[in-house]
Design a protein around this ligand. Structure first.
Ligand SMILES: *[C@@H]1O[C@H](CO)[C@@H](O)[C@H](O)[C@H]1NC(C)=O
Ligand SMILES: *[C@@H]1O[C@H](CO)[C@@H](O)[C@H](O)[C@H]1NC(C)=O
Ligand SMILES: *[C@@H]1O[C@H](CO)[C@@H](O)[C@H](O)[C@H]1NC(C)=O
Length: 162
């Protein structure tokens, strides 16, 4: 490859790395279901960063996703929900803030472990570009303003050069 092609390629890779947020399927192939230990799942997939997505897949009508506080998480108590989702078969939740998130199922399975605690960390500094997470099977381009600008600029440069 010519040197300018390499430069463009590196730029594009860098732009994508800068703006990619990860999308995690909660429970991997098990989805959001009873008899899965989500403490182990979260341990395996951490760290989670602000902007990442959690996607819960569940059996319609058999489960819900209730965001609770730490007390609700520890007691499996869904009576003071922060958010409550049960429609359809899936729910995508974005970790918008640097804080601890807690989710439980209110159908009684929480006591058996159907509960998830996630610590969302601040994004690492952009330079050097953040490494992809351990589970980067589903990496999506974050729909941020910066992302759009960087992506558009990359495309323009690519078209201009080739
Ligand atoms: C969630 O919302 C639905 C509909 O508003 C309600 O019927 C259900 O009781 C709520 N569940 C919890 C755990 O708050
Ligand atoms: C996260 O932020 C996005 C964009 O501002 C918003 O649409 C979404 O509802 C927020 N998600 C949560 C779970 O608060
Ligand atoms: C899940 O695994 C963790 C770590 O091995 C363990 O401490 C916890 O008791 C397990 N939870 C359930 C509900 O079995």
């Amino acid at each position: 490859m010519a040197r300018r092609e390499v430069i463009v390629l590196l730029f594009l890779i860098y732009a994508v790395a800068l703006v990619s947020a990860n999308k995690f399927t909660v429970g991997d192939e098990h989805g959001w279901n009873p008899n899965v230990n989500y403490t182990i799942w979260a341990e395996k997939h951490k760290p989670f960063y602000v902007g990442d997505w959690l996607v819960f897949y569940y059996q319609s009508g058999q489960a819900d996703v209730i965001q609770v506080d730490e007390v609700g998480y520890n007691k499996c108590d869904a009576s003071n929900p922060i958010s409550n989702y049960s429609k359809g078969r899936s729910y995508a939740f974005q970790l918008n803030h640097t804080k601890n998130y807690y989710f439980i199922c209110s159908y009684g399975y929480c006591y058996g472990g159907m509960k998830l605690a996630i610590k969302a960390q601040a994004l690492p500094p952009p330079s050097p570009p953040p490494k992809a997470h351990k589970s980067d099977a589903f990496s999506i381009v974050r729909s941020s303003f910066v992302g759009s600008i960087a992506g558009a600029f990359g495309l323009v440069v690519a078209f201009w050069l080739f």
